[in-house]
Design a protein around this ligand. Sequence first.
Ligand SMILES: Nc1ncnc2c1ncn2[C@@H]1O[C@H](COP(=O)(O)OP(=O)(O)O)[C@@H](O)[C@H]1O
Ligand SMILES: [Mg+2]
Length: 591
Amino acid sequence: MSKNQKYNLQLDENVDYKKGLKLVLRHVKPYIFPFILISICLLVATILGNAILPRLLKQAIDVNITNKDLAGLTQTTLIFIGLGVIYLILSYIRLFFTGKLGQNILFNIRKELFNKIQTLPSRFFSDNQSGDIIQRLTGNVDTLSAFFSEGIIRLLDVVFSLTIILISIFLQSNLIGFIALGGAFVMIVYIAIQGRIIEKPITESLKKEGNISANVQESLDGFVAIQSTNQQKSWTNNFQKRTASYYTTMKKVSLISALSKSILTFLSVVAVCILLLTSLNLYAKQIITIGTVILILSYMQDLLQKIVDIAEIWRIIKTGMASAERLSDVMELESDISTPTLPYTPKVVTGSVEFKDVDFAYVENEKVLSDVNFKVDAGQTIAIVGPTGAGKTTFVNLIARLYDTDNGNIYVDGKDIKEWDLEALRKNIGYLIQDTFLFEDTILNNLKYNNPGVTTEQALQVFKDLGTESFITSLTEGLETKISTESSEISAGQRQIIALARILLRNPKILILDEATARIDTKSEKMLQNAIEKACEGKTTFIIAHRLSTIFNADQIILIKDNTILEKGSHKELLALKGLYFEMYSRFVGK
Ligand SMILES: Nc1ncnc2c1ncn2[C@@H]1O[C@H](COP(=O)(O)OP(=O)(O)O)[C@@H](O)[C@H]1O
Ligand SMILES: [Mg+2]
């Protein structure tokens, strides 16, 4: 299997309903008892509503009214009302439990999905458009919700009702029973056929809906790039094309369903006419009473109602199953980056790192790194330089197994990182990147994010250790100051300091600074520089910096170009090489 297909979620033209059904059954299984309770309520209510209550009507007409028996009529009416109340209570219980059951199942599915996504490797997020992922987690889950709250129970309702009504009709007259059965059969076959016809445009519409949200997501993510390059028009055109295409498909869906509804109504009118004629004929021949004619008409009305419902239920079930399939596509993904069965979980970590013959590609056959070899002792500082797109970020991301190498191995503390407990490995690596993510919350709560037990004293101590306590004390609310995107109280450099403090509280042995000072205002640059220097003490540190001034003092400098390490050594050694580094340096000093 090619590697970039691995995490790529695809929407097959042919929906695998079996797969969807499996997901549904697996989630219904734990709730089998409430489900049986609901089914029993439903069955009893159906017998009451569709068989017994209409019979009382016949009783009132044929016996009570014919005999002018007022007392009997009152009694029949009271029984009717009593049973009607029981019917309502049963319906209430059923609806309440169905709603609860549906919500429970959805809660579990959402939880499972979300947990699954948390375990997936970075490749999943680069292989799929975030819009498509969001569509699956929201739209598809909603459709599945309709399936649970309406689809399953209404299907059961239809099956029970049709059986009971048909039996009731047969009990009155075999001839009419066969007519009703024949009519029901023709209509159900018709519904099945139109369901097949409408299936393709529905799948198509799901796919196109996903395309639209992916497009919206991309345009929101990239709006700076779009506006600065004057690409608004082409994006608008592209969006319009996608919505127009969705519109065309939905028009097809509406057209087919409107047409099929009309045909269905026509069929039911024909059925009622045949039935009415036949039963009146039987009444004329005095084979059945007028009460029976009315009873049969009432049965027939219920029967038609349920049959017309089938089309709608069919649609809910089909889209529900298609959604279930799309969700199980996500659930089936297995991360190939995980902790081995016998993991290495060291008590003491020193932080040495070694790359041996490492190759890596995001896309098959397009190597980003090839044949990378180097070794760093614990506590050393390594600077990584090279042009944009050379693979510097990729290089450091491999250390925390955000991606796995294609060939070769990476060792931390002499142990292959694939043998490490993944959590232990990542706990020992701190990343400070250019666009640090901080929550819109207080500074203290941000520090607590991956160090829940942190006290105010410990937090203040970290800022002290970094030589940045003046920054905290200068804030009127100190650690309780809220970080928000709007407030200018905290500058970009200060955000980085908070992020650095958050990392240090975890005390990782390896520190990775990926262009961490690239977007810093001159005001806080010095403070951040000092803080970083303090943070590096006693840690193996990888620094990726666009400013050469920050890397002169590194123990080793690695120059990456054309997918591999072009030059490596100390600042002095590299200058002596008179190669690319020398050239870059000369340009830097020259300006
Ligand atoms: N998630 C990704 N999927 C596919 N290609 C990527 C991904 N991330 C980076 N690349 C590509 O890999 C190369 C190296 O990228 P990167 O490591 O970010 O370089 P640098 O940090 O040196 O600027 C670039 O050509 C970039 O386009
Ligand atoms: Mg980079």
